[in-house]
Design a protein around this ligand. Structure first.
Ligand SMILES: Cc1cc2nc3c(=O)[nH]c(=O)nc-3n(C[C@H](O)[C@H](O)[C@H](O)COP(=O)(O)OP(=O)(O)OC[C@H]3O[C@@H](n4cnc5c(N)ncnc54)[C@H](O)[C@@H]3O)c2cc1C
Length: 431
């Protein structure tokens, strides 16, 4: 099987690079072991919320030169300030064109309301998630936070108390919907996605709307756990019309309905342009000659190799097995690529769990075109994108989705144009 590009991994990075390549007419396959971190995410996408020295970033594009000074190995520093700015707008377009309805822009962060009612700075948020613009008060003076009786992955009381501390009149309520009793009997099944399957049924709408309308009297807006509208937002739109108040969704503990919806829309977009996804398959062998990848072997295809002119490694970090750790070493399992990582185990973590953890910055090391190194040599037709890259801390710096999207578009552009994109934007011919 021969493709122009094979992408290993179908997280945000794999899908974004695949969409860009397929849209440009490249034959493209994604091999995907399983669910990506989107299934566990808040649904909001971070670009850059904090510099490594801890200072807050409100306008990400203005902070890039300071980021380069503080973190020269950060993927944004590798890509270069000007290029990051143009890729940010490309990423926003890709998100929009894929049908994700998000608020926000890379020119200015905003705050999203978290599952415990606090505020966290971010770049793009699903339009259904309550947000606050910088230096502006909340849009609502009063909010009712409504949980679902027996659903432990969302606690309206905690959210309401946190909102009250931020000056919002908030009350916590619960709805009891008898048609959920079947799930309620088994706590391991009483999870967001299973609940959504029942709430999304047309016959459930009036019942839910009646309960919510009763509890929402005297409040301006309704906050619900994201357990409704799995396939489409139309269900929430219909609810909002019946309730006659704005209805917002807060992320719950995983699985994340907001993240799953994003994953589905990105998959659809990739397939729309003719992309092939090998779901449930795993790349488990790589054939190389003279620093070139000549074939990829997968669990389902046995000894039939996938051949490609270019390969993108988008396998994620430890969470997705893109990196692995043994007692005394951290390694990249497919090609044993060179890593940005501490060799001594004592340096991997800090005892205080509330401080940034060094292992979160571990990842593959690359040249300035995001081509990984193996034993100090560039693998010529391989690029790395997303959380497998080293040099940044997605949690502390609040830059996870941004790095995944921008690195994906950066490598896709080089493959499409056949030219290396340099920081000064003077193209070199790709080898
Ligand atoms: C639990 C969690 C929650 C997060 N929440 C947020 C958030 O709310 N906002 C935010 O901005 N960032 C968040 N992040 C940061 C996140 O890393 C990025 O936002 C981004 O989604 C990562 O995408 P990725 O494609 O690089 O990697 P991943 O999403 O990890 O995807 C990697 C994919 O590669 C596949 N894979 C791995 N090895 C192989 C193989 N050998 N063969 C085939 N497939 C393979 C995996 O199965 C997986 O599907 C979160 C991270 C985690 C771990």
């Amino acid at each position: 099987m021969k493709f122009d590009t094979v992408i290993i991994g179908s997280g945000l990075a794999g899908l974004a690079s695949g969409i860009r390549l397929a849209e440009a007419g490249k034959s493209c396959a994604i091999v995907s072991s399983g669910q990506s971190s989107l299934y566990f995410s808040s649904g909001s996408m971070d670009f850059l919320a904090r510099l490594p020295d801890g200072s807050e970033v409100t306008h990400p594009l203005h902070a890039l030169s300071e980021l380069t000074r503080q973190a020269p190995h950060h993927p944004y520093s590798r890509i270069g300030e000007k290029k990051v700015a143009s890729l940010a707008y490309q990423a926003e377009k890709l998100i929009r064109d894929s049908g994700l309805v998000m608020t926000g822009s890379a020119s200015q962060n905003h705050y999203r309301v978290t599952p415990v009612g606090r505020q966290r700075m971010t770049w793009l948020s699903p339009a259904r998630v309550p947000v606050r613009e910088l230096e502006r008060p909340f849009k609502w003076e009063s909010v009712v936070v409504i949980g679902i009786a027996g659903f432990l992955d969302f606690q309206p009381g905690i959210v309401a108390s946190a909102l009250q501390r931020q000056g919002v009149k908030a009350s916590a309520q619960e709805i009891h919907l008898p048609f959920l009793d079947r799930l309620r009997d088994n706590p391991s099944e009483f999870r967001s996605v299973n609940i959504a399957h029942l709430l999304d049924l047309p016959q459930s709408l009036t019942l839910i709307a009646e309960e919510i309308s009763r509890l929402a009297q005297g409040y301006e807006a309704v906050f619900l756990p994201a357990c409704i509208g799995l396939e489409t937002d139309q269900v929430v739109q219909a609810l909002q019309i019946q309730v006659q108040k704005p209805v917002y969704l807060l992320p719950t503990l995983p699985p994340s309905l907001l993240g799953i919806r994003e994953d589905q829309l990105l998959h659809t977009r990739f397939r729309h342009f003719g992309g092939v996804i090998m779901t449930g398959d795993t790349v488990n062998g790589v054939e190389m000659a003279e620093n070139h990848i000549t074939g990829l072997y997968t669990r389902n295809h046995g000894d039939i190799p996938l051949r490609a002119s270019h390969v993108i490694l988008a396998t994620g970090s430890f969470f997705s097995n893109g990196l692995k750790a043994q007692f005394d070493r951290v390694y990249e399992p497919l090609l044993d690529l060179d890593l940005l990582a501490y060799s001594s185990r004592e340096q991997w973590t800090r005892q205080n769990v509330f401080t940034p953890q060094p292992y979160l910055k571990f990842g593959v090391t690359t040249d300035e075109y995001l081509r990984p190194l193996k034993s100090g040599q560039v693998v010529k037709n391989l690029y790395a994108a997303g959380a497998v890259l080293g040099g940044y801390d997605p949690l502390f710096e609040g830059c996870g989705a941004g790095v995944s999207l921008l690195s994906a578009l950066f490598v896709a552009e080089q493959i499409i144009t056949g030219q290396r994109v340099t920081k000064q934007r003077i193209p070199e011919i790709a080898q």
